[in-house]
Design a protein around this ligand. Sequence first.
Ligand code: GDP
Ligand code: IMO
Ligand code: MG
Length: 433
Amino acid sequence: MRNIVVIGTQWGDEGKGKIVDLLTPHFSIVARYQGGHNAGHTVVIGDKKFILRLLPSGILHPETICVIGNGVVVDPQALQSEIAELQTVGISVTGRLWISSRAHLIMPYHRAIDIATEDALGDEKVGTTRRGIGPTYEDKISRRGLRVADLLDKESFRQKVLAHSNAAIKRLRTSGHNLSDDKDQYDSYFQAVECLTGFIKDTTYFLNSAVKAGKNILLEGAQGTMLDIDHGTYPYVTSSSATAGGAAIGTGLGPNKITGALGITKAYTTRVGSGPFPTELNDEMGEHLRKQGNEFGAVTGRPRRTGWFDALIVRYAVMVNGLGTIALTKLDVLDQMPEIKVCIGYRLHGKEINELPSTASALEQVEPIYRTVKGWQETTAHIKHYEKLPEKARDYIKLIEDLVECPIGMISTGPERDETIFLPNQLMQGWLM
Ligand code: GDP
Ligand code: IMO
Ligand code: MG
C-alpha cells in the first residue's frame, strides 16, 4: 500500500502542482481533498503552462484517474471552464474524472457574500481569493449547504438553489449587508451543473475499492499548513483543513490508508493576502525575490509578499503533518544572492522562542532571529545531480534540513519537469516505485 499526501508547508504556492505532476506516473489515482478554485497549481511542460484550480494536477497524464474528493468545494462554472480549457489542447477528462457526490457546491451567492464581507472588513480583510470558498464551507458546517448529489434531481435542485439564495440574502441583510444577487447568472450556473452530471460518483467507495485492489493514490493538498483553518495563522487562513489530516476527512480514506506525507517547501517564503509574516521583506530584496521567483498569484495575479526562509514555520509543518520528507522548490531563485538569511528563532517581548505562537497577534509581534549564510552566486538551473550543485547551495540545503528536522528528498531548480534533483532518500525512492 502506497498512498501519499502532498502538503504545502508554508502559505501556499510552494510548487505543489509541479511536484504532483512529476510524481503522477508513479500513482494510479490523483485526488484533491480540500479547498476549491482558490488553488492555482502550475504545471509547465515545454512551452505550455497549465494552471489547475479544481482539477488535480495529475490530469495532464492521460492514463491517470483524477478525483475531486468530498472535502473539496466545487464551483460548477469554474470546473466547466477548466475542463473546456483542457479540451482545447486535446486533453479529455471523460471517463477519468470523478467528483464526489458528497462535495459541497459553491453558489453564485457564496461568491457575492465573500466579496461583500471582505469589502466590509476594510483594513481587517483576510484578502481572500473572492471565490466564495469561505461562505461555502460556512454553509457546510452550518448544515445548510447543497451538495453535488443534490444536483441529480434537476427540478428540486433549481428550487433549492433559489430558496437558499433568498435565505442567504435575508441572513446577510440582518447583519447589515445589502446583497444583490443577480438572478440572470443562474442560467449559466444551471447550464454548468448539467455538464457535471456525468462525472458524479461515490468517490469514498471508489477510492477505498481502489486501495483494496492494490492501486496507489496521490493525495494533492491545496493551500498550505499556515493557511489551515486549525493550524494556520487564524483568522488569516482559508476555511478548510489543508494539513495531512484533511486528506482522510476529505476523501473518506481511513488514516491507516495514508502511508506517507511529502511536504513541499519553497527555499524562501511567500504569502498572498493579509496576516502575519515574520520574515517579510518590504525592501529591494523582497522585490528581487518577487521578480526572480515570478511571485504573482496564479489565480488572482496579485503580487505575492516575499521574505526569507522561516525554519520555525516549516518545522511546525513537519510536526503537524507528520512529514517523512520534503521537496525543496525554487532554489534557483536564490542563485544571484550574495547573502541569504534564514530565520532560526523568534524574539517575543525580549525573550527568545523557538516555537510558533498560537495567535496571529503574537506572531505579528515576533522579531525574527536570523543566521546569515553566503550565497553561491552560480546558476543551479538544469542541474540533475545533487553533487553538481555549488557547495554553498548544498550547505544551504543541509542547514534547512537540520533546522526543520526533516530530510529533503527532492530539489526543484526550475518550473519544468526535468529541472528536478532526486536525492538518495530511501523513503522518497519507496514512494516512486
Ligand atoms: P502551487 O500552488 O503550490 O502549485 O504553486 P504555484 O503554481 O501557485 O506557484 C509556484 C510557481 O513557481 C509556478 O509558477 C511554478 O511554475 C513555479 N515553480 C515551481 N517550481 C519551481 C522552481 O523550482 N523554480 C522556479 N523558478 N519556479 C518554480
Ligand atoms: P495554492 O493551492 C496561496 C489565501 C488567500 C487568503 C486566504 C483565504 O495555489 O497554494 P480563501 O479564498 O481561501 O478564503 O482565502 O488564503 N489562499 C492562498 N494563498 N495559495 C493558495 O492556494 C491559496 N488559496 C487561498 O490569499 O489569504
Ligand atoms: Mg498556487
